[in-house]
Design a protein around this ligand. Sequence first.
Ligand code: EPU
Length: 421
Amino acid sequence: MQKFVIRGGRSLSGELRLQGSKNSALPIMAAALLCRDECVLRDCPALTDIYAAARILNFTGCKCTFSDNTAVIDPKEIVRTDIPESLMHEMRSSIIFMGAMLGRTGECVVSVPGGCELGPRPIDMHIAALEKMGVDISSEGGRIVCRIPKRKAHGAKLTLAFPSVGATENIILCAVTADGETVINNAAREPEICDLCGFLRKCGARIQGDGESRITVRGVEELHGCEYTVMPDRIAAATYLSMVAAAKGELILTNACVPETEPFLSVLEQTGCSIYTGKDKIYLRSAARLRAVRERIRTMPHPGFPTDAQAVLMAALTAAEGTSVFEENIFDCRYRHTDALVKMGADIQVLGKVAIVKGVKRLHGASVEATDLRGGAAMVAAALSAEGISEVTGISHIDRGYERIEDAVGALGGDLKRFGE
Ligand code: EPU
């Protein structure tokens, strides 16, 4: 079992090039299944979740190789349409293979992703939408068996009860080669949806309205392959900015997607940090002491404040002057990092979906365990700013989303070492 040992209290300064977005790369890898020839994805982050997606592709008969942040996917031959439970469980977002597999072959067998560290994560909206598009879906021994009687799905007018990212992606993936037109009302507007649509359009798909709440997809006969560069990771940007805000110092992020990171930056700016942005650069100089954020920080679907940045910003605000209040509106169990932050000296009270963070003078080092990806990153941010040494275990969660985090922190002058097998 590996762990991070972090000696806190050093300021962090330097330049980092942002990794490609995990949450874009995963649905794009699934989308490659729909193509008739090779796809080359550049800036694919080297992460355990990406390797899990590559294993799923290889299992189906696609040939996926990965090196130097480039995934080459040859989807010419699909020999399997059932994804084993073990692969499905490696990452929750494997469910987006459902829409892609249905679009390509008209059938698939997947597993219920079940609950995860963020609480129950139902897929009712995915299922209801696909059924309206002509997919027969039944549950057999814990497996979800999907079949389109006519082999091809048909377009439909759909309205999501909530702008779910995964449901929007699954519908788009099933709709791009369906018969007729699919309209998604109340679609998710996350930038990663636009990136997926950008890839699909480059392969010949006809999609309009991504980035808005009404997306229209007109089915085409088939998609060809393409070369595509995955967008930068706005959540990794939020994470490294929070780390430097917490530990003090200066950061230049390059390969940044600035407009997409704006909902986070506008809140971080209220802490007194100086932030300047260029075309694809973000510069931050931390405040001598952060100020609490006056307004309640409510996580919302994009373009609201991202739930994935809630934990890392909270880590930075634990030692701010004054009290900050968070409201988590997307996931039921997204405050699991707070116990670890409290162990490091933070003053946090959780009341249902609200967390009240009273700034303390300084955190101290402690042994803590990461229980989810962003919560784990928050523990690293807190440990870097704390006095003394911290140990963070459970770091496989962190490796799901951050490429070589020890190198990134080391390049900024932080003292974070990985130990163990
Ligand atoms: N939901 C339902 N029914 C559904 C689908 C979703 O009730 O059929 C609920 C979920 O349980 C959750 C909420 O709706 O409470 C939002 O879920 P959504 O479907 O939007 O999220 P997701 O597609 O499962 C993606 C990201 C998450 C990110 C969320 C919200 C990927 C691989 N995952 O998840 O990223 O937090 O959107 O922006 O894209 C992360 O990177 O750490 C992460 C968790």
